[in-house]
Design a protein around this ligand. Structure first.
Ligand SMILES: [Zn+2]
Length: 107
């Protein structure tokens, strides 16, 4: 038996805190250490910030929530983006109405 569930679990879930020496390299723009693959917290969040004026969900509370996730993102899958309905290939009203809004599912 060479199957060891514990070691395969570890290899699938590398812990950043246990491996401080692991590096994603330095940003080519600002020379600071990247916090994730292809993610420089300085430069990429600055780009997101510049885009704040280019989108809106139409709801200032949702806008603020999305912006907060972008400003604290540590990697490029770690934040939300507002996507207009017409950017989805298929938007289907699944016909469940909440008290104040319709619920849509996008595929
Ligand atoms: Zn940078």
């Amino acid at each position: 038996m060479d199957y060891n569930p514990e070691s395969s679990f570890r290899s699938l879930s590398p812990s950043r805190s246990q491996d401080e020496s692991h590096s994603y390299g330095n940003c080519s723009e600002c020379k600071q250490k990247r916090t994730a693959v292809a993610w420089c917290k300085n430069c990429d969040i600055a780009i997101l910030k510049e885009n704040f004026c280019n989108w809106t969900s139409g709801n200032s509370i949702i806008d603020k929530f999305i912006r907060d996730t972008q400003l604290s993102a540590n990697e490029n899958i770690d934040h939300l983006e507002w996507i207009e309905f017409d950017q989805f290939d298929l938007v289907e009203n699944i016909n469940k109405r909440g008290a104040f809004s319709s619920i849509y599912s996008a595929v």
